[in-house]
Design a protein around this ligand. Structure first.
Ligand code: MRU
Length: 345
């Protein structure tokens, strides 16, 4: 399901916090609304956050009769700081920044608005093609390892259309593997505490008629030790030059267990999720979120009223635990700083 709608200059976002039980569309009237929608997780998922950042920039131009260079710099900084871990947000704004800067004094504010909107939709189309290509790369590698055997796959968080605004990354591979009749079953990590797995991935798999069951993250060792998992596909929020990967918290645990049982563990993400300025994952800013996400379920308190919680939203999977990283340029197995250099653009 597409997470946004744009018709007659009106932009609405699907409120992902209410899925799967309620489908509510929220009209975004200005850049403030869009930045707030990134912060409060109306939209989430690394690529979609990046595109929403571009929408926020476009809407800023719409409201500025005479945009200035200083104002432009300020709004770009504000958008980039809406969420810290997924680098796609910074990538998209930094990518478009110089070309818009050049035009800021020659185009009208409405022309700048149109320009950024056009660029954003073009990027969504491009990502769609890249993700389709990555899905083929992932399935080709599965075929090399397992032939035509029907597989039990596992995934974490949500990496489908809801996270990307087009074909998914890791979920795109799973969906294509299903089209190729290679999927027996998908284990969906519920993905505590925000439940992107049980609320969003399950919803997307159900729509595609892909057989799945939701499991708690704590079941991962049991499933892998019982040979019930043939491969794991996850997405990424930021990948450092050596392959260390920030992704939704709980990902690194899966990678460790998979490494122990020699189960192929794949990270699937476009180059817009790579941060080659970081030599390893130690400098990646891990977002800390409200402890209520752990202590409450929605408005309902679960833990005692005095309990406190610590809520890092992401973790770093060391590159050496990853069997393969897939991006639009192909697959690199056993990633290292040397091997990943060929993707550095
Ligand atoms: O906090 P979220 O839901 O924005 O988390 C980001 C993610 O969706 C995941 O970490 C995902 O695995 C990578 S984005 C395709």
């Amino acid at each position: 399901m597409m997470p946004f709608r744009y018709e007659n200059n009106q932009l609405c976002l699907l409120d992902q916090r209410l899925l799967p039980h309620e489908e509510k569309w929220i009209e975004q009237k200005n850049s403030h609304d869009l930045i707030e929608s990134i912060k409060n997780m109306t939209v989430r998922g690394a690529p979609l956050i990046g595109f929403t950042g571009l929408f926020a920039l476009a809407f800023w131009f719409k409201d500025q009769l005479k945009p200035t260079v200083d104002g432009y710099k300020e709004i770009c900084q504000l958008i980039k700081s809406a969420r810290p871990t997924a680098v796609n947000l910074m990538f998209e704004i930094d990518r478009i920044y110089p070309s818009i800067l050049k035009k800021i004094n020659s185009l009208s504010h409405m022309e700048l608005y149109q320009e950024v909107m056009k660029d954003c939709f073009a990027q969504i189309d491009i990502l769609n093609q890249k993700n389709t290509h990555m899905a083929h790369t992932g399935v080709d590698d599965l075929k090399k390892i397992y032939g035509s055997k029907k597989l039990n796959l596992m995934t974490h968080c949500n990496t489908g259309m809801l996270a990307c605004g087009c074909t998914g990354t890791a979920l795109g591979v799973i969906s294509y593997a299903h089209d190729q009749n290679l999927v027996n079953h998908v284990w969906v990590d519920e993905t505590r505490p925000y439940l992107q797995g049980s609320r969003l991935t399950a919803f997307e798999l159900e729509k595609e008629n892909i057989p799945f069951q939701v499991v708690v993250e704590g079941a991962a060792h049991y499933l892998m030790s019982q040979k019930k998992v043939d491969a794991i596909f996850v997405g990424a929020d930021r990948i450092a030059a050596n392959g260390d990967t920030a992704n939704k918290v709980g990902t690194a645990n899966l990678a460790l267990i998979a490494h122990h049982y020699k189960i192929p563990f794949y990270v699937v993400a476009p180059l817009s999720s790579f941060d080659f300025s970081l030599k390893d994952g130690s400098a990646i800013h891990i977002e800390l979120r409200d402890d209520k996400e752990i202590l409450n379920y929605k408005e309902h308190r679960i833990a005692s009223h005095k309990a406190q919680a610590f809520n890092p939203s992401f973790d770093i999977t060391p590159g050496h635990l990853i069997h393969g990283i897939i991006c639009e340029k192909g697959l690199i197995t056993n990633p290292s700083i040397e091997k990943l250099k060929v993707w550095h653009v």
